[in-house]
Design a protein around this ligand. Structure first.
Ligand SMILES: [Fe+2]
Ligand SMILES: [Fe+2]
Length: 249
C-alpha cells in the first residue's frame, strides 16, 4: 500500500467518530440551546483555541498554551539558519496565528452571549477535554514518530463541528457564530488534511500503521466524549457505546 492508501485508511478509521461529532453539533443547535448552554460551550471552545497544541504540556508561567507556544517560537530565532528551518518556523507561526484568530472570533461571540467583556477567568477546560489532552500527550511523549504524527490527524475532529456550525442561521448569536465558524473551518480543514499527509508519510511498516490506528481510534473516541460534554450531552452514553462497538475493530 502506498502513502495515499495509508492516508485514506487512517481517515476512514476516524470518519465514523468525526461524523458523530457532526451529529452532536447538529443536535445541540437543533435543540434550541439556552443561554447557559451557549456559555458552557463557548467558554470551553475559547479555552481550546487558547490551548491548540496537540498534547501540550503544563503551561505554568504562561497565560495559556498559545502564549507558551509563541514564546518557544520567538526563542527559535536564535537557531535561525543554524538548526531551525525557516519554512518550518513560518508554517508554525502561521498556524498559531490562525489559532489566535479562532480564539478572537469565538471570544467575540462569547462576549455577545454574556453581554459583557471577557476576563482571563472565562475560558474553561472541561474534564473530558483534560482527559483528551492527557491521552494525546501520552502518545506525543512516547518519542514514536508515527504516534506523534497521527496525533496531528486528531486535531479538530475532521473539522466536522466547525463545518456544521458554519451553516447555522437564525438569530443574532447564530449568525455571529456561523461567521466565526466559517473562518475556523477554512483553516482547520487544511490543518487536518496536512496532518493526514504527515501521518501517512510517517508509516514505515505494517506494525507502525497498526500502532497508529489503535492510537487514532482511542483519541477519536475520547474526542466524541469531549464534544458531547461541551455541547451538554446531546448523545446518550448508550449511543456512544454503540458507536464504539460498531466501529472498533
Ligand atoms: Fe483552532
Ligand atoms: Fe487548529
Amino acid at each position: 500500500m502506498g502513502r495515499p492508501g495509508y492516508e485514506a485508511e487512517l481517515i476512514a478509521l476516524a470518519t465514523p467518530f468525526w461524523d458523530a461529532e457532526a451529529e452532536i453539533t447538529r443536535r445541540f443547535f437543533a435543540g434550541a440551546p439556552s443561554r447557559e448552554d451557549y456559555i458552557r460551550y463557548l467558554k470551553a471552545a475559547v479555552y481550546k483555541e487558547l490551548n491548540p497544541v496537540i498534547g501540550y504540556g503544563p503551561t505554568a508561567g504562561y497565560a495559556n498554551g498559545l502564549h507558551m507556544e509563541f514564546a518557544a517560537l520567538v526563542g527559535r530565532f536564535d537557531g535561525l539558519d543554524r538548526d531551525v528551518a525557516r519554512r518550518d518556523m513560518l508554517a508554525r507561526l502561521e498556524m498559531m496565528t490562525e489559532e489566535f484568530e479562532h480564539y478572537v472570533v469565538l471570544a467575540e461571540v462569547l462576549e455577545l452571549v454574556l453581554g459583557r467583556a471577557l476576563t482571563p477567568d472565562d475560558p474553561e477546560q472541561l474534564p473530558e477535554d483534560r482527559k483528551l489532552n492527557d491521552m494525546r500527550r501520552g502518545y506525543v511523549e512516547t518519542g514514536d514518530a508515527g504516534l506523534a504524527a497521527v496525533m496531528g490527524l486528531t486535531e479538530g475532529g475532521g473539522s466536522s463541528t466547525f463545518r456544521e456550525a458554519s451553516k447555522l442561521t437564525g438569530g443574532e448569536i447564530e449568525q455571529h457564530l456561523a461567521a466565526a465558524m466559517k473562518i475556523i473551518h477554512r483553516d482547520e480543514e487544511s490543518h487536518y488534511l496536512d496532518a493526514a499527509k504527515t501521518a501517512a508519510a510517517a508509516v514505515g511498516s505494517g506494525d507502525d500503521l497498526e500502532r497508529m490506528k489503535r492510537a487514532l481510534l482511542e483519541v477519536s473516541i475520547q474526542r466524541v466524549r469531549m464534544r458531547n460534554e461541551m455541547f451538554s450531552e446531546p448523545m446518550s452514553a448508550a449511543e456512544i457505546d454503540r458507536l464504539i462497538a460498531d466501529n472498533a475493530p
